[in-house]
Write a protein that binds this ligand. Structure first.
Ligand code: BES
Ligand code: MN
Ligand code: ZN
Length: 526
């Protein structure tokens, strides 16, 4: 029985209209159905909300006191608030209202402190309030008093938030005719800087959409082979070199951990390597290894159904690595970027690997298997050792939905960061703050390192006694055995990779967390 073909959505378009709001024909030619304007919170000592850029012109054109209206609607001006004002039509042709011929919806959008993080939320709130319309025009992110670079930064944040919140899951439901997201028209700005900001926002959002689409795809569709084919296609389209290793090549080259984890599945494993090589030398070489477990049953150490339910997202790390290298090519990164995707399904069957097995990983390090559900660190061990031995990375980063412990420790809002290099850790924290995908530094506790000692192999896969705690730290300590002397960072995204509800720029299901963080890291890397 063939798996169903999923319907993917296309993102809304974004256009810049240099025309100032006061005289743009866009508002009267019927092409947009809503005008969105910013509303800031009252300043200390002031009592009223502060109308943002464009609000006065809209108020003048409509003949409505918008600040007063926002106040009556109960708005505080906080980022994430959006209020749609539906204007009435005249009763009969004899009556002429001041807004005659103008869009009949005004969206009042809170912008909080007006910074990039707040405007990302404002963009997201706007996207959610104009679903089903053809287009919305807005002055959000514009600021006549700010310099071009600030306007570009804020515009990028608005567009990013808008596009991220406009995401819908791929679906096969016959009944499901999703309301398309309205296209976005940015009023009052044009010029090279703003144009580049919009392009950057589109690349960022496309990377996140890609991770979400792949991670939201059911696991009966996304076998390792399917993932590898998607990577081949997407990589090829982006001008990357793509190499796919199947079971035979994996065996010949010694990827014992990927093969062990994939052994219980009817869908055999793959390993994909995608390379972005900039035309000019001189940049760094960043290698990103992403955990690609297309489904995690736990293997013979089978998971209870509640924990298994969400495990189609367990390849999010590999999707992040893929989206990052594609995004690096699209944004013409000056750095070499290589993505390594070890792809396997962790299932149980007659040929499953077992607790107690000894597995030889890439390069010869042997691992004593303690728990078949700790499969992520196994495939990463192969991927990291392969990267260290053959790719000569200046920076080695892995990204993985690795441990329930990371989610318990930090929740679903931020990721856990481990690193062997303080500068690298600092750069990733900074990229997290700038992109809105935050990570928190965690310790590689040296006192715990002996937990990975084994009597029968080079390394033990997990702590001997269960429930000793610090599961995310142990996993990181295990991975460190496979990175040689590289500058290495490990991102445990088990928490933020999924969301149970829509919130700001995050959408329910797979969130895509990690791609924008890594693209920001690459953009800032010198
Ligand atoms: N994929 C899971 C981790 C996970 C849990 C991700 C919850 C997202 C949400 C991983 O493969 C796993 O099963 N980890 C085990 C490791 C343990 C057996 C040492 C865990 O965290 O319980
Ligand atoms: Mn597992
Ligand atoms: Zn897993």
């Amino acid at each position: 029985m063939a798996a169903p073909e999923l319907r993917h959505r296309t993102p809304p378009t974004v256009t810049l209209s240099g025309a100032p709001l006061a005289d743009t024909p866009l508002l009267t030619d019927g092409s947009v159905q809503a005008v969105a304007v910013p509303v800031a919170p009252a300043r200390p000592g002031d009592d009223g909300l502060v109308p943002g850029v464009g609000t006065a012109q809209v108020a003048a054109r409509y003949g409505i006191d918008l600040a007063e209206l926002a106040e009556r609607a109960g708005m505080a001006g906080a980022a994430g608030e959006a209020h749609v004002v539906h204007l009435p039509r005249p009763a009969g042709s004899a009556v002429r209202l001041p807004w005659s011929g103008l869009p009949l919806r005004i969206v009042l959008v809170g912008i909080g402190d007006g910074g990039p993080g707040a405007l990302r939320r404002a963009g997201a709130a706007l996207a959610r309030s104009v679903r089903g319309l053809n287009a919305v025009a807005t002055t959000l992110g514009d600021d006549a008093r700010a310099d071009a670079s600030t306007v570009a930064t804020l515009t990028r944040a608005v567009v990013e938030g808008y596009l991220l919140a406009a995401y819908r899951m791929p679906s096969v439901a016959a009944s499901d005719e999703p309301k398309p997201s309205a296209d976005l028209v940015l009023l009052g700005r044009d010029g090279q800087r703003t144009g580049a900001a919009v392009v950057a926002a589109k690349i960022d959002a496309a990377a996140t959409w890609l991770v979400r689409d792949l991670a939201n795809t059911p696991s009966n569709v996304k076998t390792p082979e399917w993932m590898a084919e998607r990577a081949r296609r997407l990589g090829g389209d982006a001008g990357l070199s793509v190499e796919v290793l199947g079971p035979t090549e994996l065996a010949a080259q010694g990827f014992g951990a990927v093969l062990a984890v994939g052994a219980g599945s009817a869908s055999p494993p793959r390993l994909v390597v995608l390379r972005h090589t900039p035309p000019e030398p001189g940049g760094k070489h960043v290698v990103i290894v992403g955990k690609g477990i297309t489904y995690d049953t736990g293997g013979l150490d089978i998971k209870p159904r509640e924990s298994m339910m969400t495990m189609k997202t367990d390849m999010a790390g590999s999707a992040v690595a893929l989206a990052t290298v594609v995004g690096a090519a699209q944004s013409r990164s000056i750095h070499r970027v290589t993505a390594v995707l070890p792809l396997a399904e962790n299932h149980f069957g007659g040929s499953s690997y077992r607790p107690g097995d000894v597995v030889t990983t890439y390069g010869g390090t042997t691992v004593e298997v303690m728990n078949t559900d700790a499969e992520g660190r196994m495939v990463l061990a192969d991927g990291l050792a392969f990267a260290d031995a053959t790719l000569e990375p200046d920076v080695l980063i892995d990204v993985a939905t690795l441990t329930g412990a990371a989610r318990i420790g930090l929740g679903t809002g931020i990721g856990a960061l481990y690193a062997t290099d303080d500068e690298l850790a600092g750069a990733l924290v900074a990229a997290g703050d700038a992109s809105g995908e935050r990570v928190w530094p965690m310790p590689l506790v040296e006192d715990y390192a002996p937990t990975t000692d084994s009597e029968i192999a080079d390394v033990r896969q997990t702590a001997n006694e269960p429930k000793v705690g610090a599961g995310s730290v142990f996993a990181a300590l295990f991975l460190r055995h496979f990175v040689g002397q590289r500058r290495w960072a490990h991102l445990d995204i088990a928490g933020p990779a999924r969301a149970t509800t829509d919130k700001h720029e995050v959408t329910e299901g797979a969130t895509g967390f990690g791609a924008r963080l890594l693209l920001q890291y690459l953009a800032d890397l010198r």
